[in-house]
Design a protein. Sequence first.
Length: 203
Amino acid sequence: MAQMGRPRSFDRDTAVEEALHLFWEQGYESTSLSQLKDAIGGGISAPSFYAAFGSKEALFKECMERYLATYAKVTQCLWDTSLGPRQAVELALRRSAKMQCERGHPKGCMVALGVMSAPSPELSAISAPLTRSRARTRAGIRACVERAIVSGELGPDADAAAMACVFDSFLFGLSTLARDGVTFKAMDTAITQLMCLWSARAG
């Protein structure tokens, strides 16, 4: 019978979380198998790693799924029509900024940072779920702007595409600020200033 590697000596849920943090911090390509094995702990062997996760790519996909189902939910409010359009956009920005600055995990947003770790077509395909998540958030922001124009909250001359681009660009840029050590307090103040743009376009 083929040798399948020694029995797992680690908690799989914890192992996935540790791997997620490593991919979040370094990106897919820069994270090596040996680093993953060290992060998972327990002196796991290569055969045990493959028996548990299948491959580095499979583990990355599992980590992406966990990130999108947990940390990335901070922008889910963009699709909550019980919130006013401005309230939804502002809440998404503040929640994202807070999450990106929290202790206990890498700074920044894995969804935003993922675009910088997938330069090749092969890596772009691997990180496709992150690309789709960015597109969905972008669409959510635009939907809020368009909803505000229809309701009269924003004036009819408001450019939905341009406004959505402004807010999406700011949200994307929070990851760089967080990585550079900018505090949540500074980001939160900046968000207050950014929302003045919305006020200036009020209907």
